[in-house]
Design a protein around this ligand. Structure first.
Ligand SMILES: [Fe+2]
Ligand SMILES: [Fe+2]
Length: 167
């Protein structure tokens, strides 16, 4: 008789949120803080309905991508610091991720603020989830700079709503 032991390791998003908040050095009401992360996560849920998108990577991106910001304005290195932070917590908190999942999370965090588009549905969903949040700083997301079909549609809708509301 064989006994099989299945060890199920899950990602605890609440724990990741707690760790990310502990890292965050800006004011709690920061435009790059928790409120923004939650909105990125919400956008990410919609964008993750696209085939081939890894929803858990998108949710982790939402919580981590801006947690190492050091100012509200430029801080061009914050994406790279977030990617490095993901490496630091991988063995303890992200060990349920496969190498492929981790690579996508790492890449998305590291390059999310470089204005690139990406063909991979998961990395594209991460970028779009963040860019759709540009409205919070008075910027309409551009459909041509979105990576995913859903992201492009959402950006077009936002533009139409803006045009209608300014008539
Ligand atoms: Fe950012
Ligand atoms: Fe962001």
């Amino acid at each position: 008789m064989y006994f099989f032991l299945y060890i199920v390791t899950v990602i605890n998003l609440l724990q990741i949120e707690k760790i990310a908040r502990e890292q965050f050095c800006l004011h709690r009401a920061s435009i790059h803080g928790l409120g923004h992360w939650k909105q990125v996560a919400e956008n990410g849920i919609v964008l993750s309905t696209q085939p081939g998108t890894d929803g858990i990577v998108v949710q982790l991106f939402a919580l981590l991508h801006d947690c190492k910001r050091m100012d509200e304005y430029t801080d061009t290195e914050h994406g790279q610091r977030a990617a490095e932070f993901a490496v630091r917590i991988r063995s303890q908190h992200l060990k349920a991720l496969s190498d492929e999942q981790f690579e996508k999370l790492h890449w998305a965090c590291g390059y999310h603020n470089h204005g690139q588009v990406h063909d991979d549905p998961t990395i594209g969903a991460c970028f779009d989830a963040d860019r759709l949040e540009l409205t919070r700083v008075g910027i309409l997301p551009r459909a041509d700079l979105m990576c995913t079909p859903i992201g492009k549609r959402m950006a077009v809708k936002m533009k139409h709503s803006f045009i209608l509301s300014s008539d």
